[in-house]
Design a protein around this ligand. Structure first.
Ligand SMILES: O=P(O)(O)O[C@H]1O[C@H](CO)[C@@H](O)[C@H]1O
Length: 555
């Protein structure tokens, strides 16, 4: 009992890779009415300090379809409370009147010139979770130092203010605005900027299946296909409407591959559709599967999809610009744990590639800086099926990615190519880039700390591993401490300003191993075997799952 109380009351929610995220429940480290009110009060305090015109600019609030029947805690209720805190303080709130994809919030923040915004969502997490994703005025998720400063302000505002509980304010306050129609219309219009073959889309014989995994995606993906001139994709009926229980899937994470796509693939077979697109419950991630000639489905990894998107976005840019257009002004980005295929394409084609820390918040902020300095960013991604096509939304966007891949598939179809065949062509042109991504579940933060401490003091104190099984370690980059053995000054250009290891959410540690930029004449099977062996060595020597009680999830 004491332990239970301590666990619930003696710690606070902190900003992770995607805002505040935790299970819905009672306690200060859970998502509930009180912690959301406290967080918004802290946000108010911080925003008031940062923006003298906060009361003119307002704040955007969106929400997904999550909820708990037993506690009546839902994203919608938490969104209303978020709005109430600000309305009570005289701040105009753009509260969407209906659930929206996460990308609508960063998009709206920029469009409406709001000071900031919040999306109530736990993305693809299990049904028990919820979260509070914060966007800054630049339309990107907040990074340090804002997160730390907001946390400080939250701690100073834990007592609910008058009016903070009054969720009815959203219906009675003259400061409430519903941006749904305006934002939806303008988002779909902006989407057309990355539509290059509308004519072809209207005529294509290809059929597409779409699953929204019981979340927000259905209506918006249908609209996006319409904006591109396509017939509507065929929805998976059992998964098209919101269901906070996610009753047809074990976990609503499209990253889990074929097992989670079961209903979509069976529907595709029935409908003779070759391509399946799956948006996660808040529609910011995209999975894609394609039926192959051998009758099997290929579920693309995030890195493979990025190779296709990168090729496509650059090819489309080239096709729409004169030979004189300055390719040196073009940028593509990826997080450091993602494949370097874009780097290989960039090197060959003459544009720029940049790496960021893991998490789309880093990509969003960097893209904004590049845009501000007059650069053009065509595409950015992270391996966990997060894609940013174009720059209307400075975050990953499953809705735009779904319709872009549909256009790509239709275009390739008239060239008698499948997505998988084009991927092979891309590899043959720019070098094979193979990778394997998976993750371990670990519910004990001290264990994770121990694993990393061991890596930092491997054979002797303060020394990183020199080998992993039979493999030598060429370089070590520790973005938590800022160490990079490959640099002359031993300093990493990527430094995580957090006091915990990279890739940690407190719940799982994901890993991505990449063999990159290899010569095309090497045997791919041999490379895949090598990759598998390196993975096994890494797990056995560095992670030691049985000793550390880590649960492996196959992706
Ligand atoms: O909100 P979700 O999709 O979970 O995204 C989170 O997971 C990604 C991988 O670290 C990051 O981009 C982070 O924003």
């Amino acid at each position: 009992m004491n332990k239970e109380l301590r666990d619930r009351l003696c710690c606070r929610l902190t900003f992770g890779t995607a805002g505040l995220r935790s299970a819905m429940g009672a306690g200060f480290c859970y998502i509930n009415d009180l912690t959301v009110i406290q967080s918004t009060q802290g946000m108010y305090k911080y925003l008031e300090r940062c923006f003298s015109d906060f009361r003119q600019r307002g704040f955007v609030v969106g929400y997904d379809t999550r909820g708990q029947v037993t506690s009546s805690c839902s994203s919608k209720r938490l969104a209303k409370l978020t709005a109430a805190v600000l309305l009570a303080k005289g701040v105009p709130v753009y509260l969407f009147s209906k659930y929206v994809p996460t990308p609508f919030v960063p998009y709206a923040v920029q469009q409406l010139k709001a000071a900031a915004g919040v999306m109530i969502t736990a993305s693809h997490n299990r049904k028990e979770d919820n979260g509070y994703k914060v966007y800054w005025e630049n339309g990107a998720q907040i990074t340090s130092p804002h997160d730390k400063e907001i946390l400080k302000c939250i701690e100073e505002c834990v007592e609910p203010w008058n009016g903070s509980w009054n969720e009815n304010l959203v219906d009675t306050s003259p400061l409430t605005r519903d941006p749904l129609e305006e934002i939806s219309k303008s988002y779909m219009e902006d989407l057309k900027k990355i539509c290059y073959h509308r004519e072809l889309n209207t005529k294509t014989n290809l059929k597409f299946i779409h699953t929204s995994f019981h979340g927000v995606g259905h209506d918006y993906v249908q609209l996006a296909f319409k904006a591109f001139g396509f017939k509507p994709p065929i929805p998976v009926p059992e998964q098209k409407d919101p269901d906070p229980d996610f009753s047809t899937v074990k976990c609503p994470n499209p990253e889990e591959g074929e097992s989670v796509l079961e209903l979509s693939l069976r529907l595709a077979e029935k409908e003779s559709a070759r391509v399946v697109v799956a948006t996660d419950p808040d529609a910011d991630r995209l999975a894609v599967a394609e039926l192959q000639e051998n009758g099997r489905w290929k579920v693309f990894t995030g890195n493979e999809l990025a190779a296709l998107f990168g090729w496509w976005m650059f090819r489309s840019w080239k096709a729409n610009h004169s030979k004189e257009a300055d390719v040196k002004n073009i940028y593509m980005l990826a997080t450091t744990v993602s494949s370097k295929i874009l780097k290989a394409i960039a090197l060959r084609e003459g544009f720029h590639f940049e790496e960021t820390l893991p998490g789309f918040k880093w990509i969003g902020s960097r893209v904004k800086d590049l845009l501000n300095s007059g650069k053009e960013v065509l595409f950015a991604f992270e391996e966990s099926i997060g894609f940013m096509c174009g720059t209307s939304v400075l975050d990953k966007d499953g809705v735009s990615a779904a319709v872009v891949i549909a256009e790509m598939a239709s275009y390739l179809e008239i060239k008698n190519l499948t997505l998988a065949q084009k991927l092979t062509e891309i590899y043959e042109m720019y070098g094979y880039h193979i990778s394997k991504t998976s993750y371990f579940l670990c519910y004990e933060p001290p264990t994770i700390k121990r694993v990393f401490e061991k890596l930092r003091n491997f054979d002797s104190p303060t020394s990183y591993p020199k080998s992993c099984g039979t493999y030598g370690v060429l370089h070590v980059r520790d973005v938590t401490t800022g160490y990079d053995s490959s640099q002359l000054n031993k300093k990493s250009s990527l430094l995580l300003l957090l006091d915990r290891p990279v890739l940690l959410t407190g719940e799982y540690w994901s890993y991505t191993l990449i063999i990159q930029n290899i010569s095309t004449d090497l045997d791919k099977t041999f490379l895949e075997e090598q990759l598998q062996k390196v993975i096994e060595a890494l797990i056995e020597n560095f992670l030691e799952p049985s000793k550390n009680g880590l649960i492996w999830r196959s992706v």
